[in-house]
Ligand binder design. Structure first.
Ligand code: GLA
Length: 376
């Protein structure tokens, strides 16, 4: 007979202090890995408060920038592995599942990749050779250390068609298949992912499903799809997330929430796309919480997080990982995107690294661990 643990998750908290006595990774250990993207001050140990938090709370990490092409391979014959090595070492030392992000993207990739010395576009073979060299060098260096790679990032438009990136323009549509082939050759054990934003919206989701089916039919080793999870307070609805996870899991791939953050600030645009190139002027009305987040908004954020995590937990069989795109509110790119210089509050930990009401709300969505089976 299975006995449910009599101590509920609530009982794990010290009722008087309100401080959590459990951690995210402990609470979700039967559901999925729980992660954060780290910046350099974090993985080098400089930001000691954040490091303590990361070690206590998370069992998987992603590199915010250290493994992007412009950081790791800034010039044709120059690789810069210093920070990336430190990132990987941090994860290994702390027994974490280490993610590689990312190999093929249109953004944060130097211009030289796509051009010859005169600034003209290179031909297909040259770009394929550069892609192959980059992937085999970077993936090869961390073979057996990086467990999963975002191989292609953001290949789709909002309508589900393939983005006309320099990769597609120069190589053609099969650039994706090639990228997955090169990555698999460089580390056959590593999990390979497709990662993108707003896949919850039907046109883009259907485009992604068609793309993944095609790649699978062509023999690409795709282990999972990453929903970036740059979410708003009113989008996507929990039902839309639920549907999305379900439809990707039907392809036989893992589903991951890879860059989770919740934007509580007034929208500067109606777009739901996490398009990094967007930039709107700072106005006071777009930055209302410079002196702290009002309690009512804290509670709304907590509820929104709880609603989303309830969906992730429901799908714990297909959701393998939930990663936040930062550790504390102060770290978030949302302080500078799509408007520079705002005060954002997207995470579970405030600027001092203290858990917000959303932290407890999320913990409470975890399934209560089962007690070991007792012999009859
Ligand atoms: C995209 C990328 C990430 C990061 C975020 C914004 O989602 O995949 O690497 O650049 O934008 O920080």
């Amino acid at each position: 007979m299975k006995i449910m643990a009599s101590v509920g998750i609530m009982g794990i908290f010290l009722a008087t202090s309100g401080f959590a006595q459990t951690t995210l990774k402990a609470a979700f250990k039967n559901d999925f890995l729980i992660g954060a993207a780290l910046n350099e001050a974090e993985f080098t140990g400089q930001n000691t408060n954040a490091v303590a938090l990361v070690k206590a709370q998370f069992d998987t990490i992603s590199p915010e920038n250290a493994l992007k092409w412009e950081a790791v391979h800034p010039k044709p014959d120059q690789y810069n592995f210093g920070p990336a090595d430190q990132y990987v070492e941090f994860g290994q030392k702390n027994g974490m599942f280490v993610i590689g992000h990312n190999l093929v993207w249109h953004s944060q990739t130097p211009k030289w990749v796509f051009q010859d010395e005169k600034g003209n576009p290179v031909d297909r073979d040259t770009l394929l050779a550069r892609m192959s060299n980059h992937i085999s060098t970077v993936v090869g260096r961390y073979k057996g250390k990086i467990g999963g790679w975002d191989v292609v990032n953001e290949a789709l438009n909002e309508d589900g068609t393939l983005r006309d990136s320099p990769w597609k323009k120069i190589i053609g549509e099969d650039y994706l298949l090639k990228a997955y082939q090169f990555a698999h050759e460089a580390d056959p054990q590593a999990e390979l992912y497709y990662n993108d934003y707003s896949l919850e919206n039907a046109p883009k989701r259907n485009g992604a499903i068609a793309l993944l089916k095609k790649l699978q039919a062509q023999g690409a080793h795709i282990a999972g799809v990453g929903l970036q999870g740059h979410y708003k307070m009113d989008w996507p609805s929990p039902a839309l997330v639920d549907e999305t996870i379900e439809s990707f899991s039907k392809l036989g791939v893992k589903v991951m929430i890879t860059e989770l953050d919740l934007d509580v600030l007034p929208p500067a645009t109606r777009s739901q796309a996490a398009e990094v190139s967007m930039n709107f002027a700072l106005q006071a009305k777009l930055n209302p919480y410079t002196n702290g987040l009002p309690d009512a908004v804290q509670q709304t954020l907590a509820k929104r997080y709880a609603d989303l995590f309830a969906v992730f937990v429901k799908h714990h069989d297909s959701v393998s990982r939930v990663t936040f795109w930062g550790v504390t509110d102060g770290d978030s790119w949302l302080n500078n995107w799509p408007v520079k210089g705002r005060t954002a509050y997207p995470f579970l930990f405030n600027r001092d690294g203290k858990p917000k009401p959303a932290f407890n709300a999320v913990i409470q969505t975890a399934k209560v661990p089962q007690a070991p089976q007792k012999p009859m």
